[in-house]
Write a protein that binds this ligand. Structure first.
Ligand SMILES: [Zn+2]
Length: 468
């Protein structure tokens, strides 16, 4: 059974998608006004872990992530740089895609952009007006929160605290100022605008997610994710807009990840502890160490990013690397050890069972490192046979389909004639024919294969062939 903590109900619930075997999920995407920072990536990596886990459990996942390319911040940024909104947001949209590839975040199926969906937004806003949920005031259009009795259900705000008839134009505001929020903002001097049936203007931020999620996933879908700071007002407003418009439940499971802080403090540019992915990679940080660090803390816990933590993440990945390196660079005797098969099966089961419990990543990682630890013991005892090597390697690759933290280490198969020579040499050594053993060793060295005898067996690595 898969269970997720649903912000809407405030508890862990069994996850049952609307359609068996299919998951429809929407994750709030970047506002492309700057390079994404590690706090943003915490959310994107959490969502990637969730998606990869669902894929590993055999679901087909349809994933939509919006690109916010028109809002208060993008307009401000474009103005400051004296660029058109399109020119300005293009820079950061491209950077965003580069960054998610660097972090091995799987691409979504759709990346709808707000500016490409203005007519759809106009349609929903008109519909909301026709149903009495929205009204016009001085050329802008607002959602009337007092008309939607369930307002506040996600953020747990008491409806009695609502101030009716007070309006807010900003895209972001605090819980203390629950107000009628802007769906459509009338044209302002010097701001981009669209000529529409609603009059000249531009959409507010919240309406784009209601429009684009339902357009690509249907009026009701399974999972909606974001950071906790999206809960209010953004997601609360999404629910109000969508449910008022369709009369149906918008989303079944709301999953939110907690904040990221840096060295125990709130990340901010003024404190000098603000990092984009690029800031870190330019300092020589391995992006997959960062990925490991971001996913190793449970998503509902505050994540304290530290450089020490980053080193520990690197060390953890190094343990995985060393183990696989051994598997790829030793020669193993034929056969199988049944205990290894059992070990692998148990590790995989534990790993998926842990993630099935609201993505319990600590337990999942424990299962992985237990497997590596025990695998190393089997290696040290010379009990790993050729068949086991394959099983162990496959298990790590399978678990890494979910984590995506393994270093790239290509398995290299030694040609058959070289394997034969290594075996011949082993036989010669066993028969104390050291002259023959050394001769074979030198021949292999000349071919670029360096052998190392250890008490657990023979290891090999490639070197530059020596000319003989
Ligand atoms: Zn959104």
């Amino acid at each position: 059974m898969i269970r997720f903590y649903n912000t809407l109900s405030g508890q862990k619930e069994e996850f049952i998608p609307l359609e068996p075997g299919q998951v429809k999920m929407y994750t709030c995407g970047p506002t492309v006004y700057d390079y994404a920072h590690i706090g943003n990536f915490r959310a994107y990596v959490f969502e990637d872990l969730l998606k990869r886990f669902l894929l590993a459990m055999g679901f087909k996942v349809t994933h939509v992530m919006n690109i916010t390319d028109v809002d208060d911040k993008t307009i401000r940024g474009a103005k400051a740089k004296n660029l058109s909104l399109e020119e300005y947001t293009k820079i950061y949209t491209e950077a965003f895609f580069e960054d998610i590839d660097t972090l091995k975040i799987l691409r979504a199926d759709y990346y709808p952009r707000a500016t490409h969906h203005i007519p759809d937004m106009v349609k929903m806003i008109k519909g909301l007006m026709a149903k009495g949920y929205a009204y016009e005031k001085d050329g802008s259009i607002y959602f009337d929160v007092s008309k939607f009795p369930n307002y506040g259900q996600l953020a747990k705000i008491k409806i009695s605290e609502l101030k009716t008839g007070v309006r807010i134009d900003a895209d972001e505001y605090s819980k203390d100022s629950v107000q009628d929020f802007a769906l459509w903002k009338k044209r302002k001097e010097g701001e981009p605008y669209w000529e529409t049936e609603l009059g000249p203007g531009r959409p507010g931020w919240h309406i784009e997610c209601s429009v684009m999620s339902t357009k690509y996933l249907g009026e009701t879908f399974d999972i909606h994710c974001g950071g906790v700071d999206n809960i209010f007002p953004h997601h609360e407003n999404e629910i109000a807009q969508s449910e008022a418009y369709t009369g149906k439940k918008f989303v079944n499971y709301w999953l939110h990840c907690h904040h990221l802080i840096v060295e125990g403090e709130k990340m901010s540019k003024s404190k000098g502890n603000f990092y984009t992915l690029r800031d870190l990679t330019s300092r020589g940080v391995d992006p997959l160490d960062l990925r490991y660090l971001l996913l190793a803390t449970h998503y509902r816990k505050m994540l304290n990013f530290t450089f020490d933590g980053l080193r520990q993440a690197g060390a953890a990945r190094r343990r995985l690397y060393d183990f696989i390196y051994e598997l790829y660079h030793r020669t193993f005797p034929p056969g199988e050890t049944p205990e290894i098969k059992t070990l692998v099966k148990e590790a995989k089961n534990k790993f998926l069972a842990a993630l099935s419990d609201d993505l319990n990543i600590s337990q999942a990682l424990t299962a992985l490192f237990e497997l590596v630890k025990k695998g190393n013991i089997f290696l040290a005892q010379g009990q790993v046979k050729r068949g086991d090597r394959q099983i162990l390697d496959q298990a790590l690759q399978d678990l890494d389909k979910v984590l995506a933290v393994l270093p790239a280490l290509e398995e290299e198969q030694l040609p058959q004639e070289i394997l034969k020579k290594i075996e011949e040499r082993q036989k010669a050594r066993a028969a104390r024919n050291y002259a023959l053993a050394d001769k074979i060793r030198d021949e292999l060295r000349a071919q670029g294969i360096l052998l190392e005898d250890t008490k657990e067996g023979v290891r090999w690595k490639r070197i530059k062939p020596t000319s003989s």
